[in-house]
Design a protein around this ligand. Structure first.
Ligand SMILES: [Fe+2]
Length: 284
């Protein structure tokens, strides 16, 4: 099972959506993934699918998904830039339960659970008892099978203070933590929102954040204040990113990649077959 994670697409930053950078950055990610010899079995898009939640942006995204990945499911998760009602107008109600984009899917080897940490009025994460209860039940349905849990906001303090949570005791973090702690079969939690790669153990599981397909947040862990603007870069034009989660039969192995055409230093041709066999012990 190979699961591609794309996140923070932010489609629809301008009026001419098809001409914008974020559209082309997402296309570049799809192209890079489509060139792999081992292609993803499924995609998960972990939120901020659009910039302002416009119907036009969701329509363009749906068109891209249908054209670029025919037959490969792209499973949604919503972020703070998304608007549930507009998402529903284009993608339907399949993934909406109790008013939120939260659901589970049997992927064969693993059980995928998507939870919804977004509140359209705030930038940071949100959760409540109803969503905690839904999440608890969705994980329970896995019946002990390995669970991959997707959510937009990372449920921990990231160190990039202007983007993420600043206090481990924020109520929504505690609520998410309390659910995860009850389930030892949550193998990996995958998030977006920060527009950078990072990972951290979390509530007996492990949590990773993927870089965005849109522009990235500058890597800077120095404290930030609203009283002094220190001139630091905030958003930078690093390449579009994605993550590949490979289930090895026991655990998830996460690979982080970037889209683009890079010069090839070495190719695998016949003259290297002996080296593969004798040095790297690659089977015939
Ligand atoms: Fe984002």
């Amino acid at each position: 099972m190979l699961i591609a994670q794309i996140t923070d697409l932010h489609i629809g930053t301008g009026n001419d959506i098809g001409a914008e950078d974020n559209y082309h950055r997402l296309l570049a990610v799809f192209e890079t993934l489509s060139k792999l010899k081992r292609k993803p079995d499924v995609y998960i898009a972990t939120g901020d699918l659009t910039e302002i939640g416009s119907v036009a942006a969701y329509k363009l995204l749906k068109q891209m998904i249908d054209e670029v990945n025919p037959g490969v499911p792209v499973l949604p998760c919503l972020g703070n830039h998304d608007v549930t009602e507009n998402f529903k107008k284009v993608f339907g109600k399949t993934h909406i339960h109790e008013g939120f984009c939260q659901y589970s899917v049997d992927l064969g080897d693993v059980w995928l659970v998507v939870t919804d940490t977004h509140d359209e009025t705030i930038h940071g994460g949100a959760f409540d008892e109803a969503r905690a209860d839904f999440l608890d039940r969705a994980i329970e349905e896995a019946n002990g099978r390995p669970v991959l849990l997707a959510m937009h906001h990372p449920p921990f303090v990231t160190g990039i203070d202007w983007m993420g949570a600043r206090n481990y005791e924020e109520p929504w973090l505690v609520q998410v933590r309390d659910v995860i702690k009850r389930h030892s079969n949550v193998k990996k939690i995958i998030c977006g929102h920060i527009h950078r790669t990072m990972d951290r153990p979390f509530a007996g599981s492990s949590c990773i954040v993927s870089s965005a397909t849109a522009a990235q947040v500058h890597l800077e862990l120095a404290a930030i204040t609203s009283s002094t603007a220190d001139g630091r870069p905030l958003i930078v034009d690093e390449p579009p990113g994605f993550a590949l989660h490979w289930w090895d039969g026991r655990e998830f192995v996460t690979h982080h990649g970037v889209a683009g055409d890079f010069d090839v230093i070495l190719e695998y041709h016949d003259r290297f077959r002996n080296v593969m066999r004798d040095v790297f012990h690659v089977p015939e």
